[in-house]
Design a protein around this ligand. Structure first.
Ligand code: SF4
Length: 216
């Protein structure tokens, strides 16, 4: 029998073109490993961003985290440092997580794209398509209890929807059988401080979702 949270998750229709497990996984050759995955990302040339990146940004944090935090793509600072969510927006996200009792060391942070789009433009559909399997494999290795989709682009890529972020908030969605909660991107919050209250509500909602799952 499904728990209440599972019922809410399963009530969300998973779009047909949502990122799904790599069919190659079913053929089960050898198990995936972090080392293999990191090396593949580091050497990836699947899309044109390989020619403009300083370095890939694989992701960072606890490889056994309950929380997987997913943004859209590396920005200038991330591209320079090789780490996700650094710079002013990253600091705000770190503070927001700390406010619900989570340190950066407790979560795993990654992006939909592992390479920076030039001038921080939005990721192209073909770039997301080429990069998506890396994120899927990260999710399968981590096995998080919850995914936080940070910002519109991450939410749209994960959930295969074009719905406005405002209508995606406050619901438990699903990505590859893991609950997903959507929050505003900290870069947006820096430009629109009144929305910080909503971001706080989103994080509380995500935390409540995890607590409810743990109690069931
Ligand atoms: S963005 Fe992803 S698919 Fe494109 S080159 Fe970088 S790692 Fe490869």
């Amino acid at each position: 029998m499904l728990t209440p949270v599972e019922q809410r998750v399963s009530a969300v229709i998973e779009p047909e073109n949502q990122m799904t497990a790599n069919p190659a996984e079913d053929e089960q050759s050898s198990p995936d490993t972090w080392d293999n995955l990191k090396a593949e990302v580091q050497n990836c040339t699947l899309c044109g961003l390989c020619s403009t990146r300083t370095q890939t940004v694989f992701g960072a944090g606890n490889q056994h985290a309950d929380w997987l935090i997913i943004g859209e793509a590396p920005g200038e600072q991330e591209d320079q440092q090789g780490l996700p969510f650094v710079g002013v927006a990253g600091q705000l996200l770190t503070e927001m997580l700390r406010a619900i009792g989570l340190s950066r060391e407790q979560v795993f942070m990654a992006n939909i794209l592992k390479c920076r789009p030039p001038n921080n433009r939005d990721p192209h559909v073909d770039e997301i398509k080429h990069c998506k399997d890396y994120l899927l494999r990260q999710q399968q290795l981590i096995k998080p209890k919850i995914i936080l989709a940070v910002g519109r682009i991450a939410a749209h890529a994960l959930l295969a929807t074009n719905e406005p972020l405002a209508s995606l908030r406050g619901k438990v969605h699903s990505f590859n059988n893991t609950p997903v909660v959507v929050v505003y991107h900290p870069a947006y919050l820096l430009r629109s401080l009144p929305e910080k209250r909503k971001a706080w509500q989103d994080l509380q909602f995500a935390k409540h979702t995890v607590i409810t799952m743990e109690q069931e």
